[in-house]
Design a protein. Structure first.
Lengths: 400, 128
């Protein structure tokens, strides 16, 4: 049996054992509905409010009531975007976002644009995947009600100038939302310092389970709920609270807060080793994304003349799990919209693989990967017509 | 998405990878935007395809269908080879995920392009 090595932490993470331990009593013993008056309900209500406080602290929120629990990052993003658009439905509204957002932002924008005539501006990015804050300033009109720019990109890890963008939004009195699904747990977030109005978090990207998310809603921000029903979450999100998962997310945030600095340094070293090794051992590769302004765990690499899926399948046979672009878009055939927006040519984008490192990644894993990856690339190149053409071109140049 | 064991087997051990330097027909299809490029070489003797080789830039299914189509045409007459459909290639591989059926279409197109090229180079062989 080959050892399985998981390098797809940006797709999802395993549940931390302490998170699971924290959750279990809320499956087994404490099952009351937090909205119930009796002691069963009081017990779980306390657990939910305690979790809210911990998460507020983790995100630097002033007030725990600014933390609203959702079912996932996608819901948080939908809530933020549609919630603001619907709250401003009387204005002929305009939203500014970027071309490299996750589909959980792009699709709600697209929906609002198609079905409700909302005007959406998709800002370009530079070759590193960074939005120019000045482009945002220039795109603002009288109708702009929301700016939504992701904190860190899921495919290439590029970190956006969130503070600067927030400043512009504040100046112009426009609501600013950031999708921090990939950032939360990997870099310290302080919503107060950043001065954002809305911020999305997903549990399963930081060692909590799938099926829990948070939308931070700064006090006073008016947005419509997506779900209507009971008065849960102060009328912001109807539906009985997912108590065990909420408890789990709070625990995950606590653990992340303690480890964030050391883990970042440890993981950055592993990634540097990986990238250095790849650049040394394999020719015709490019690292996509910014050198410095990038999540320390994310490495998106284009292997020229071959296609990414073949690399993934070969890696999988050797026990390695990685991905091409986003797991959410693996059913489509187009090259990554993120790499395209960064100006990476299609054939290079098709040959890109994302390695995302995490808590259980070791130096040995990197050594093993560096041992097998050159062989995989060589084998696939030996089958590629583009590689054949390149060799012929080089040979003819030599002769000429 | 899951590939059949046959697809995996052909991806891992593709048959007939390579180039025929004195090929009688070469078919080039696909483009990098859709993510697949296939190049198929055939060698024909007395109306029979005696050798076929391929080079493919593409996903696992693209490599497996290229491998399978070269296996299927070898020993067939050019006429018979023209009757090989994309469905037949996909079936021979134990089926393909719906999103990957286009790879079998590409394999069929590559074969047709190679045969077209053969007829262009050898117009006397073209059926009247």
């Amino acid at each position: 049996m080959i050892k399985k090595i998981y390098l797809d932490y940006n797709a999802t993470t395993p549940i931390h054992p302490e998170v699971l331990d924290a959750m279990l009593p809320y499956f087994k013993n404490f099952y009351g509905n937090p909205s119930s008056v009796h002691s069963f309900g009081q017990k779980t209500r306390n657990a939910v409010e305690d979790a809210r406080e911990k998460i507020a602290k983790f995100l630097g929120a002033e007030n725990p009531s600014e933390i609203v629990f959702t079912s996932c990052g996608t819901e948080s993003n939908n809530f933020a975007i549609k919630g603001i658009a619907f709250a401003n439905k009387d204005k002929n509204c305009h939203i500014i976002t970027s071309a490299i957002e996750h589909h959980a932002v792009l699709e709600p924008c697209e929906y609002l644009s198609k079905k409700f005539g909302v005007d959406v501006t998709y800002l370009p990015v530079d070759k590193y995947g960074i939005v120019n804050p000045e482009d945002i300033r220039k795109s603002i009109t009288e109708k702009t009600v929301l700016i939504s720019i992701m904190y860190a990109n899921n495919e290439v890890g590029t970190i956006q100038p969130i503070e600067e963008i927030a400043k512009i939004a504040k100046e112009k009195n426009i609501i600013f939302h950031t999708d921090a699904v990939q950032a939360a747990g990997k870099i310290s977030i302080d919503v107060k310092k950043l001065d954002v109005d809305l911020l999305s978090v997903s549990g399963h990207k930081l060692y909590a389970p799938k099926g829990i998310g948070v939308l931070y809603i700064k006090k006073g921000t008016k947005l419509h709920p997506l779900l209507h029903g009971g008065s849960h979450e102060k009328n912001k999100r109807a539906g009985t609270e997912n108590v065990p998962y909420i408890v789990g997310l709070a625990k995950a945030c606590e653990i992340a807060a303690i480890n964030i600095k050391d883990e970042n340094e440890r993981i950055l070293k592993l990634r540097q080793k990986l990238e250095k090794g790849i650049l040394e051992k394999i020719e015709y590769v490019q690292i996509n994304g910014h050198t410095m302004k990038r999540l320390s765990n994310t490495s998106n690499i284009s292997f020229n003349f071959i296609e990414g899926e073949g690399i993934l399948m070969s890696l999988d046979l050797d026990g390695f799990a990685a991905s091409t672009g986003s797991a959410c878009t693996s059913g489509t055939l187009e090259p990554s919209h993120v790499l395209s927006a960064m100006g990476v040519p299609p054939e290079q984008a098709q040959g890109s693989v994302r390695f995302s490192l995490g808590h259980y990644t070791t130096e040995k894993d990197m050594d093993k990967l560096l041992e097998i990856l050159p062989k995989i690339v060589e084998r696939l190149r030996s089958m590629s017509p583009l590689w054949e053409d390149r060799i012929k071109k080089v040979n003819s140049l030599d002769k000429g | 998405m899951q590939y059949s064991s046959k697809v995996m087997e052909h991806f891992n051990n593709p048959r007939n990878v390579g180039e025929i330097t004195d090929a009688d027909g070469v078919g080039n299809v696909g483009n990098p935007v859709c993510g697949d490029i296939m190049r198929l070489y055939i060698k024909v003797k007395d109306g029979i395809i005696i050798d076929a080789k391929f080079k493919t830039f593409g996903c696992g299914a693209a490599i497996a269908t290229s491998s399978m189509v070269t296996e299927m045409v070898k020993g067939k007459s050019v006429d018979e080879a023209l009757k090989i459909s994309n469905r037949a290639v996909a079936e021979a591989l134990g089926g393909l995920p719906p999103v990957k059926m286009h790879c079998s279409v590409l394999a069929e197109e590559a074969l047709r392009a190679a045969i077209d090229d053969y007829y262009k180079k050898h117009p006397e062989q073209k059926p009247k």
